[in-house]
Design a protein around this ligand. Structure first.
Ligand code: G1P
Length: 296
């Protein structure tokens, strides 16, 4: 199975930082954010390759995942084996690329990788969401296997006024007594709406950006008309697939992922992950304490 990771956006929210550096190359601790998403995608043993869909204007993404043996050797010669191992790992991950030649929405980006998945089910992982435990896709694969290989999406509850930022599901909870909002609950999806007004939202369960999709969704993207924001929406093709196929949603803990899609979210992700990572926490708190601590 292949996992598609869209990374073709302009990174507008991070300008001017993203004028020359793709948003996906911004670091979280010591790795670019895209590497977390690639490593998460490759975690289930069913997944053989990550396919990054990017724009021809972002060659840095291609370079990053290429081996650099000269740099590696130089680092090893200087006794920096840890750094050399990091460089070697980035160049050894099974990553392939497809291009989206004009920005035309998430659905269009995914469709740009159609030849790579060749009629097979596929994963989609959106890159603004970092999941250090890498456990969501495995759970989605289990739910799919329990329901005949159906499409499965990961959802989480949000505040009712936040639904207009996301894709939202309609559905019926299959197995959970407490309203079906606790992590692990499985829903049968009966509808999907992209960025609804709060009064039109069928639920407050939003798509967090992890999808396991059937080949039908890829086929439907071929002629998908533009939707919200005038863009080709993945959510709309998924909604059309419901006429012919079942789809399920698995609830995940909203705190299982970090949002790196806005400057504030990205800064908070770095601070929170530094504070809890033994490689960084001492130095992080020393630097903070030297300035009198962090206060609101
Ligand atoms: C995309 C999807 C949306 C999903 C969201 C998660 O929206 O279209 O359904 O809920 O990612 O972050 P975007 O953030 O690209 O507007």
């Amino acid at each position: 199975m292949k996992a598609i990771i869209p990374a073709a956006g302009l990174g507008t929210r991070f300008l001017p930082a993203t004028k020359c550096t793709p948003k996906e190359m911004l670091p979280v601790l010591d790795k670019p954010v895209i590497q977390y998403v690639v490593e998460e995608a490759l975690e289930p043993e069913e997944v053989t390759d990550a396919i990054i869909v990017t724009s021809p204007n972002k060659p840095e993404l291609l370079s990053y995942f290429q081996p650099d043996t000269a740099l590696e050797q130089l680092l090893r010669a200087r006794g920096k084996a840890g750094c050399a191992d990091g460089v070697a790992r980035a160049g050894s991950l099974p990553v392939d690329f497809r291009f989206q030649y004009r920005p035309n929405g998430l659905g269009h980006a995914i469709r740009s990788a159609a030849d790579a998945v060749a009629g097979e089910p596929f994963l989609v992982l959106l890159g603004d969401y970092v999941v250090p435990a890498r456990d969501i896709c495995g759970r989605m694969l289990e739910v799919s296997a329990a329901h005949g290989g159906a499409s499965v999406v990961a959802v989480a509850p949000c505040a009712p006024e936040e639904v207009s930022r996301y894709g939202v599901i309609a559905g019926e909870c299959l197995d959970a007594p407490a309203g079906g909002l606790e992590p692990g609950a499985v829903w049968r999806v009966s509808g999907l709406v992209e960025k609804p007004a709060p009064e039109d939202a069928p639920s407050n369960l939003y798509l967090v950006g992890r999808y396991l999709l059937s080949p039908l969704v890829m086929d439907l993207l071929e002629d998908q008309a533009p939707g919200a924001g005038g863009e080709v929406q993945l959510t709309d093709a998924m909604a059309r697939s419901l006429e012919r196929e079942a789809m399920y949603a698995v609830v995940v803990d909203p705190l299982s992922g970090y949002d790196t899609g806005t400057p504030s979210g990205w800064i908070a992700t770095n601070a929170l992950m530094a504070a809890s990572d033994p490689r960084f926490s001492d130095g992080f708190w020393e630097a903070v304490d030297a300035r009198g601590g962090l206060k609101r």
